[in-house]
Design a protein around this ligand. Structure first.
Ligand code: AMP
Ligand code: GLY
Length: 421
């Protein structure tokens, strides 16, 4: 079978790497891919949002399975368009992807179906939001652009003053365009965060092992949020937390989507805050997380492809539960100088060939490109160095040893990924 992976980040490199190992797969294409996916797949120069182009390519190249990495094409309806021409496409359809595409929809879904989540208030005009903040006791609050804002639409505010500024950025200065035309204000929650990715065809629900992202740019969770600076899996949650998460969040969410006539198929990512009162939903994603996917797929001992096909064909119940390598796995993301603010592109990357990669050590590429014979930077998050080890400390050590062999001007990464695990 020929498989087309849509996207061009670290998640997609890991997907191509894993999918290419399947005996069911004869060829992997990646659109648009990066310099890393070119090592394990054939890159196709079509943007992830060019749905017409992707459908035409899949049709004329006999692609048997399309696997969509990022949220934008899912929210635009790529699954619906592929299905129209009879091509199996893994991921939620447009209606179901709204669980990520509209934070307001996700919050209302939780409210309607009593899925534990923070209190929230939504506004379309800045006066209303300001009047609300004026009435409220001063203190922490979270301001979110409701639509897709490439992971930059959330501001965690310590004071109402800061929240007023964030509201103005969204609703008045239109920093996120239409994605910020509705703002959701949320109760601030404290606790440990956890990412739980679940595979579902709408009937059978298979939670994957939990992972933890590290969102802040600097060590000790300091500085502004990023797309994710590193991840670790598995994460040992205390006592009955995992059962609570499944019973109070994951299963009810899949059932709620059925009841709302938006049956969900694909990976459902629940971003959770583990509070003393139990798990609370911070967000849903309609796809795998990045960088959580990189260590998760390295630990996945089963073939991923039959699971993806069975999900598309609504036959997940016939599949065996996935098997996991018991060894912990860590991913450390190396970023461009200045990220998550402005950064340069096209900076040459040295030392990639010095890393001895294998099944338990990979340098997954995120924002990279080929320029002549060189690999150069092409994004904020550049590389996702991923390693398994006999324990988390060992996995960390192997990541940082590999990173020490690589250099590019401005390169920075967190030194404490997985240190708390
Ligand atoms: P989101 O994209 O909605 O997951 O938000 C990005 C990050 O903002 C999360 O990973 C949390 O670190 C933080 N965050 C989001 N919502 C809340 C909340 N209600 N309380 C505290 N922190 C939050
Ligand atoms: N790492 C979080 C995300 O993919 O949204």
């Amino acid at each position: 079978m020929k498989v087309l992976v849509v996207g061009g980040g670290g998640r997609e490199h890991a997907l191509c790497w894993k999918i290419g190992q399947s005996p069911l797969v004869a060829k992997v294409y990646c659109a648009p891919g990066n310099a890393g996916t070119a090592l394990v797949a054939e890159n196709v120069d079509i943007a992830a949002e060019d749905i017409k182009g992707l459908v035409a390519f899949a049709k004329s190249n006999g692609v048997g399975l399309v696997v969509v990495g990022p949220e934008a094409p899912l929210c635009m309806g790529i699954v619906d368009e592929m299905k129209k021409v009879g091509i199996r496409c893994f991921g939620p359809n447009k209606a179901a992807a709204e669980i990520e595409g509209s934070k307001l929809y996700a919050r209302e879904l939780c409210r309607r179906h009593r899925i534990p989540s923070p209190q929230f208030w939504s506004f379309e005009d800045a006066h209303g939001a300001r009047a609300f903040l004026d009435m409220r006791e001063d203190g922490p609050i979270v301001v979110k652009a409701s639509g897709l804002a490439a992971g930059k639409g959330v501001t965690v505010c310590k004071k109402n003053e800061e929240a007023r500024a964030a509201v103005a950025e969204c609703l008045e200065r239109r920093r996120f365009g239409d994605a910020g035309s509705t703002v959701v204000l949320e109760e601030f929650l404290e606790g440990q965060e956890l990412s739980v990715m679940t595979l579902t065809d709408g009937k059978t629900i298979v939670p994957f092992e939990p992972a933890r992202d590290h969102k802040a740019v600097f060590d000790g969770d300091k500085g502004p949020n990023t797309g994710g600076m590193g991840a670790v899996t598995p994460v040992h949650v205390q006592g009955r937390a995992m059962t609570q998460i499944e019973n109070q969040v994951v299963f009810p969410t899949v059932h709620a989507m059925n009841r709302e006539n938006r049956p969900y198929q694909g990976f459902l990512y629940s971003g959770l805050m583990l509070t003393p009162q139990g798990p609370r939903v911070l967000e849903y994603n309609c796809r795998l997380g990045d960088p959580e996917t990189e260590p998760l797929l390295m630990r996945l001992a089963s073939d991923l492809v039959p699971l993806l096909i069975a999900t598309c064909d609504e036959k997940l119940e016939e599949q065996q539960a996935p098997k996991w390598d018991p060894r912990p796995c860590v991913t450390v993301v190396a970023c461009s100088g200045g990220y998550p603010g402005d950064y340069k592109k096209g900076v040459p990357i040295f030392g990639l060939d010095r890393v001895k990669s294998g099944p338990d050590l990979q340098v997954f590429h995120a924002g990279t490109a080929k320029k002549g014979g060189d690999v150069v930077t092409a994004g904020g998050r550049v590389l996702a160095v991923t390693a398994m080890g006999k324990d988390v400390e060992d996995a960390r050590k192997r990541c940082y040893e590999a990173l020490a062999l690589i250099e590019f001007d401005g390169m920075h990464y967190r030194k404490d990924i997985g240190a708390r695990a």
